[in-house]
Design a protein around this ligand. Structure first.
Ligand code: GDP
Length: 422
């Protein structure tokens, strides 16, 4: 049905702990994969004298995608009894961190995978920390490869208490900790007969219990301007409505310029055509609008309503994850990108550097590769911004250094800027 809730998830965990295997099995057991595809892969493995691996399924889907055979995008989809699930990133994807911190991939929930025989590793903690950093509140822990420890309850409980304590320190409550064997099929969609001491949900049931994100529509209007065009003497402001909705006749304000106007028409877009105007557009839609007056506005500004506008920010406090080899320190100049805007930004101060591997906070004036910290950024020109808690779409920045994404994170607060709120 069209109104099934959609939940975007990520599956994270130390490399080799079994992410691809779990995904392959989930796809198979939820019926998304034709049986003949599995038979084909099994036959191929047998021919090559290799044991069948569920992860081959992902590889072969990826290969088809790369060749453009399937119409599908880079997103893997499957269904639980009451949810549509989109897996927003394939494991081992090199761009994973970049996608998550730049907001290209916004997860509503996550599975954190741990190999039962290896236990909680630094990379496990880093991924857990990253979920916290990105504000992912729904986390289910999956303890995989229980067959490697003979389905031993004590081994499971030790990992369970270690990881739940770690996550609790971050303010993240694990909704469940599930013992499974992805390879052998225990606990994924079928209750594990070899874990009679466990009475919690299967992975599929846990996925089915995840709540979808609050609809972007229910938040205040945010329309980042992508471009301003001249068309038949009319000036058309175009962009995508990130949150909220937009109506003809409504008064709007552009931030950071603070200019106001009334929406005169909402044009069809990207092909303007007479008689195709609309009265209302919702979050997610491409918008092209004309205004009741001639005002000069630019790409990068954000359209909102006067009663609930973003800050015209000059100084931001940002909690970020840093990826570059060069450290980020006081005085470093980066390009900050927020929605469609960009500005040079200088690090004015570094606070609270954390090594997510050990969750230790230390005094430092610089943030190294793979570290997390809070910084104050001074912008060379004002940009429109919201605290992440108010609006996740316009409360997130990516930082570029030397033309590459070098870090990114959440706007914790706007330290210097104006906003009016009714
Ligand atoms: P990823 O790097 O996290 O995606 O891990 P993979 O899914 O590629 O799995 C890594 C290895 O662990 C592969 O050889 C899998 O066959 C193996 N593996 C995955 N799940 C299980 C399991 O439940 N039990 C055992 N014994 N091995 C598993």
């Amino acid at each position: 049905a069209a109104d099934r809730p959609l939940v975007r998830i990520v599956i994270v965990g130390h490399v080799d702990h079994g992410k691809s295997t779990l995904i392959g099995r989930l796809l198979h057991e939820t019926g998304g994969i034709p049986a003949q595809k599995i038979e084909q892969l099994k036959a191929m493995s047998a021919r090559r004298g290799m044991p069948f691996e569920w992860s081959f399924l992902l590889d072969s889907l990826q290969a088809e995608r790369d060749q453009g055979i399937t119409i599908d995008t880079s997103q893997i989809r499957f269904q639980t009894p009451s949810r549509d699930i989109i897996l927003i990133d394939a494991p081992g994807h090199a761009e994973f961190l970049r996608n998550m911190i730049t907001g290209a991939a916004q997860a509503d929930a996550a599975l954190l995978l741990i190999d039962a025989a290896e236990g909680v590793r630094d990379q496990t903690r880093r991924h857990g920390y990253l979920l916290h950093l990105l504000g992912v509140k729904q986390v289910t822990v999956v303890v995989n490869k229980m067959d490697r420890v003979g389905f031993d309850e004590a081994a499971f409980r030790a990992i369970e208490s270690e990881i739940t304590a770690y996550l609790a320190d971050l303010g993240v409550r694990a909704s469940a900790v599930i013992p499974i064997s992805a390879r052998e099929g225990d606990g994924v969609s079928v209750r594990g007969e070899r874990t009679p001491w466990y009475d919690g949900p299967t992975v599929l049931e846990a996925l089915d219990g995840f709540e979808p994100a609050r609809a972007p529509q229910d938040l205040a209007l945010r329309l980042p301007v992508q471009a301003v065009y001249k068309f038949d003497d009319r000036r058309i402001v175009a962009g995508r409505i990130e949150t909220g909705s937009l109506k003809v006749g409504e008064e709007i304000v552009f931030q950071p310029s603070g200019k106001t106007a009334v929406v005169k028409t909402i044009e069809s877009w990207p092909v303007p055509a007479a008689g195709k105007e609309k009265a209302l557009l919702n979050a997610g839609a491409a918008a092209a609008i004309t205004l009741d007056r001639e005002i000069f506005v630019e790409r990068g500004e954000i359209v909102s309503t006067p009663a609930s506008r973003p800050h015209a920010a000059r100084r931001l406090r940002v909690r970020l994850f840093w990826l570059a080899d060069e450290p980020l320190e006081t005085g470093t100049v980066v390009i900050a990108r927020l929605a469609t805007s960009e500005s040079r930004a200088t690090v004015a101060a570094v606070h609270e550097v954390v090594d997510p591997g050990h969750l230790s906070t230390f005094e430092s004036k610089s943030i190294g590769r793979n570290q997390v910290g809070e910084v104050e950024l001074v912008l060379s020109r004002p940009i429109a911004a919201d605290p992440h808690g108010l609006n996740p779409r316009t409360g997130r920045v990516a930082l570029e250094l030397g033309g590459r994404i070098a870090g990114g994170g959440l706007v914790i607060s706007v330290l210097d800027g104006e906003a009016t709120r009714a």
